[in-house]
Ligand binder design. Sequence first.
Ligand code: SAH
Length: 454
Amino acid sequence: MDYFPLFCRLQGRRCLLVGAGDVAERKARLLLEAGADLWVGAPDFSPAFLQWAQQKAVTLLPGHFDPAWLTGCWLVVAATSDDVVNQQVAEAAEKQQIFCNLVDAPQQASAIMPSIIDRSPLMVAVSSGGRAPVLARLLREKLEAMLPQHLGQLAQRAGTLRDRVKKQFGSLNARRHFWERFFHSERLAQTLANGDSERADQITDALFSADIASQGEVALVGAGPGDAGLLTLKGLQLMQQADVIVYDRLVSDEILNLVRRDAERIFVGKRAGYHCVPQDAINQLLCEQALRGKRVVRLKGGDPFIFGRGGEELEALAQLKIPFSVVPGITAASGCAAYSGIPLTHRDHAQSVRLVTGHLQKSGTLAWQTLAAEQQTLVFYMGLAQAGEIQQQLIKNGMRSDMPVALVENGTSTRQRVVTGTLNELEALAGQVNSPSLMIIGSVVSLRDSLRWF
Ligand code: SAH
């Protein structure tokens, strides 16, 4: 961290601005908005400064920079058009251990002024540490557009309710739930935006009287195959509101980093040398946590309804009438195909795509004949251990032995690896990759060479 972010109260505190041109004027406006006791030193002053002085908003120090001006100051801003003077100011401030902001040379300054989005009392500050000011500005513009104007009023209102909330809700959890309802309330936002404070009071009261010690609930959230960028917005929102996260091995660290920091994390996957937590135990765990009033997110790799046993978990919840929801995710087949340049269907190659489990409990459960048919793409999940059987059965049932195949290991992650070959090599290729890997079989794989660079 190059700069420590800090919000400081300047009200009534003496600040020195050296320079009194256009740039200095912009800084002066900000400092005055923050209520600083502003002293401005320069040989000449622009009309704005003269006017502020007349209104007694600033104190002028006419003349060339004098280190004595710094006495009693909390913050200095050097905003002259002369680099040498700015440097002198910075050195003098350094000697007196006063933070100094240097206009146009932020990297030499002991303090920088970030780009801000002001929804007072809510304030968002963005800084690139002086390295990429344009990037910081672009980000600021995005945030400015994203953050509605009424947020300031909402934060203001929240400030006035803190004591009442503490009195009414004993536990931290109940308080957090209240605040989340408060900040998510579309109706409240709308009335504040319309400036209807009477109606806003009514809505706020209703939020207090609602049954906050609410029942728990479970959301099955598809986390996608690995790349956190493939998470849905809805999935992310639920992850950031959850009390408990139940996850397994297929959920990447990158995605877990996006979970609300205080949420309890429960791992139910297989670790090296140990067995998975049995499905029944997972179902039970989800029910128990929800019955304790927790908001549970069951994070699953890919999509919860594609070889994710999501259906079984929901059955258990439904039996106990525990509210649940399902957020789909990008399944490994889509993710791996997109990130390895293999379209799953193509007018000239495949008119259908089949997602197949390679976890063949009973041999002969799969209709190999239909799987071996032309003009389709097969995607095998959990197929590594059965690669030999898959190879044999497909060839036996009429698929050509030189059919292109691809194995995608850790698809969509930074560790993605793709090996390709033909069907008669499938078993050998499977020996070259580790779990999780996906097998794609079909002539679409041949398109990879021409598509992967784009
Ligand atoms: N619900 C998941 C699939 C779970 S089954 C989904 O929709 O994607 C587990 C299998 O999925 C693994 O054995 C592997 O075959 C495949 N898989 C999941 N993530 C993968 C990834 N990032 N790369 C390759 N294969 C993956």
